[in-house]
Design a protein around this ligand. Structure first.
Ligand code: LLP
Length: 414
């Protein structure tokens, strides 16, 4: 009974009824399954057992400390994308040598901190950034471990807002510029070039673009090593998609690994991976309460729930689909409904045109697959306090982030 299942007409997490969690912790609440996090991490890691590799959990997908700690306890390393995530990684117990740091537009302060920590790698995104890292390292009397992020000009085939690997995006440096840049980096005493990095996008459901991106950096790595640059690793980023809709075709970690391993193995380098969504997405759901119902003149219903775009931005931002169901479906004719939040924005929808079991005010609903890019993208728009977060461990729900209060939000106003 791992993860989110409907048992005897009630949705549960690791066998624990969501209604009980809502009763104890209120709504809306993010609920995570520790057992499913464990299962998914192990499956992903095992898929790559035939190659020397490290799984750097992409903290951006879910940065709640207890979740990050859980990933570390399973043996993951970390991938941080900002100064904030770097501190999360350290507080979750990662040693700096287990953390890679990526991100367009790292600030001077972030780079100073990253260099001082001596991270596994700072993934540099531009020539200017390489120079800034070199200058900071020199001033600190250190040698910074740097990898160069390559933009392989590959279409990830996912939503344009979450595709990063085509040359029109802001990410990485072009393949044309990369060889000379790496040679220049290798000539600086304050830099140690440790690898190449690529990440072409997220929610990718076929192996082809991922393999293409990896092949581009593998070729470049071979060329650089032939020119005397002793690299240590190839970091192929994250991107493996999940099944948001029933029967949606997706790529399994085994199939992904089978496509990737021969490419990387031929270089002899250590493979670094940065999965986020695949590890944590299906291990989370939001429990929310129906606060109002109204019927449009055309007969369609609005089911208004207490979770909105402030708790889950993905539908509003990308038109993303998340399965939504009543926690305890009532008998009767299903209704056609838009499931919407309370925020004053027309785009504040969680699900559009859904056929769901009939609901009444006070009923609970579950929004599935929100473990990745759910709580981390929350906002206080409309001065809405952020939801509570609960981790179910061995069937016991534990509060891992308390619900904000309006006082919490107002404390920064002077
Ligand atoms: N590494 C880098 C450098 C990244 O930029 C990302 C995600 C990852 C790893 C993890 O990718 P994943 O395995 O989770 O696909 N907010 C969007 C997703 C943005 C992803 C940003 N980068 C969404 O909700 O779909």
């Amino acid at each position: 009974m791992t993860g989110f299942l409907r048992l005897q007409n009630e949705w549960t997490c690791d066998g624990t009824p969501l209604s009980g969690i809502a009763h104890t912790f209120g709504t809306p609440t993010h609920v995570y399954s520790a057992a499913l996090l464990t299962e998914r991490y192990r499956a992903y890691d095992a898929a790559f057992s035939d190659i020397r590799h490290r799984v750097h959990y992409a903290i951006k997908a879910n940065a709640t400390l207890a979740v990050v700690r859980h990933m570390r306890q399973l043996g993951a390393a970390g991938d941080a994308n900002s100064g904030g995530e770097l501190e999360v990684a350290l507080r979750a117990g990662f040693s700096p040598a287990e953390v890679v740091f990526t991100g367009v537009g790292k600030t001077h302060a972030e780079l100073e901190r990253a260099v001082a920590l001596d991270l596994a790698a700072i993934n540099a995104e531009s020539l200017g950034e390489v120079d800034r890292i070199a200058a900071i390292a020199q001033a600190q009397g250190r040698q910074a471990r740097v990898a160069l992020r390559i933009n392989p000009d590959v279409d990830a085939g996912s939503h344009p807002h979450i595709s990063t690997g085509s040359r029109i995006t802001k990410f990485g440096v072009s393949l044309d510029d990369a060889p000379n840049m790496v040679m220049a980096m290798a000539s600086k005493a304050s830099l140690k070039v440790v690898g190449l990095h690529v990440h072409i996008g997220s929610q990718i459901t076929s192996a082809e673009p991922l393999a293409k991106g990896a092949a581009v950096v593998a070729d470049l790595a071979r060329q650089l090593m032939a020119n005397g640059i002793p690299l240590e690793h190839l970091d192929v980023g994250g991107g493996l998609g999940i099944e948001y809709q029933d029967s949606q075709p997706v790529l399994s970690p085994d199939a992904y690994a089978a496509a990737l391993m021969p490419i990387v193995r031929s270089t002899g380098l250590t493979l670094l991976l940065e999965p986020g969504r695949w590890l944590v997405g299906p291990a989370g759901a939001i429990v929310t309460e129906v606060v109002d119902l109204k019927r449009r003149p055309d007969g369609k219903w609005f089911v208004i729930v207490d979770a909105g775009m402030t708790d889950l931005m993905r539908p509003a931002l990308y038109g993303a689909f998340h399965r939504i169901e009543p926690v305890t479906p009532r008998p009767g004719e299903p209704i056609l409904a838009d499931i919407v939040g309370p925020v004053c924005e027309t785009t504040d929808t969680l699900g559009v045109g859904r056929t769901v079991a009939p609901v009444e005010v006070g009923d609970l609903m579950v929004v599935r697959d929100t473990g990745a890019y759910g709580a981390v993208m929350a906002s206080n728009y409309n001065r809405r306090p952020m939801a509570a977060e609960v981790l179910v461990e061995s069937g016991a729900p534990r509060l891992i982030r308390r619900r904000q209060t309006v006082d919490d939000i107002l404390q920064w106003d002077l």
